[in-house]
Ligand binder design. Structure first.
Ligand code: COA
Length: 256
């Protein structure tokens, strides 16, 4: 089937082939995280990662950052055969992480909210992923300048309240996955690029000025009423993309 996302409950984490033409999306919720899980996960992280985790003031952020890196390391082990603690990472100029050894041939990106973590993996292409928790706060609409194009702002503000908030987060999560795919972060002027719906959950980004398609295409899914997930991938990946979805529990990460 074309461009579908399938869900599989993963009861035990075993070796997994990452095939071409497939993007794997792994999600994890912090809800059932226990102190014992936290201790086991900390043992997987490097000192540098633990320093970042321990600097987080909010409990939710600390837990999801810990889970994010633990999920990343555990899943990469399934694809590469390298033990989680031995995996080495590099960062691009603007902070995008990658495996230090490109020969391993796995591209990834990760995102967290205070209660969920998602990691995306592909053999073939660069990608970016973002997850957002819809928060009902009116002031969010005041921060659109610089991030949304004129057409996007009209689309958002043209909706009645409270749908406006959901449409705002649909735009936000798409743009975040885009900046995370390019790796340029907020150094690129986001109000100069806008997305257009292609079909169903699929979108493409075009510059506002000449409107020609860019090399990026994106997907947007509502995970549930309060969460949005978006992934942006390079068009160099073949036209038909299959998404595989995996949902794991924190206790399965360390016991699998
Ligand atoms: C990377 C960035 C784009 C997203 O950060 P965020 O939404 O706060 O956080 P997320 O949880 O989605 O992603 C964080 C992860 O992205 C990855 N990341 C960091 N820099 C990245 C970059 N330049 N490109 C891609 N991925 C990056 C890392 O894996 C990081 O987690 P880790 O440090 O634990 O490994 C960040 O540059 C940022 O500052 N965002 C601000 C939000 C904003 O103004 N967005 C405008 C959208 S309209």
């Amino acid at each position: 089937m074309e461009n579908t996302i399938t869900s599989e409950a993963v009861s035990a984490m075993s070796t997994l082939p990452l095939k071409t033409g497939i993007v794997d999306l792994w999600t994890l919720s912090t809800d059932s995280l226990t102190l014992a899980d936290e201790i086991r996960m900390r043992a997987l992280l490097s000192d540098e990662e633990l320093t970042v985790v321990d600097k987080c003031r909010r409990v939710g952020e600390r837990r999801s950052r810990l889970l994010g890196r633990a999920l990343l390391r555990t899943v990469l082990t399934r694809y590469t055969g390298i033990s989680p603690t031995l995996l080495q990472f590099s960062r691009s100029e603007f902070g995008k992480p990658a495996l230090a050894d490109p020969e391993l041939g796995v591209a990834f990106n990760l995102s967290h909210t205070d209660d969920k973590v998602v990691c995306a993996f592909s053999r073939e292409c660069n990608l970016g992923v973002d997850i957002e928790h819809i928060r009902y706060r009116k002031e969010l609409l005041n921060i659109m300048d610089g991030y949304m194009s004129i057409a996007e702002k009209c689309r958002i503000t043209g909706e009645p309240w409270p749908k406006q908030q959901k449409v705002f987060f649909d735009h936000w999560v798409l743009k975040e996955s885009f900046v995370k795919a390019t790796g340029d972060g907020l150094t690129q002027p986001l109000d100069q690029v806008e997305f257009h719906k292609l079909s169903g959950s699929q979108f493409e980004f075009r510059p506002v000025i000449h409107g020609k398609r860019t090399r990026w295409r994106s997907w947007l899914w509502p995970i549930d009423e309060l969460h949005r997930l978006s992934i942006t991938i390079d068009r160099s990946m073949r036209r038909r993309v299959m998404f595989r979805g995996f949902y794991v529990l924190p206790c399965q990460l360390c016991n699998g």
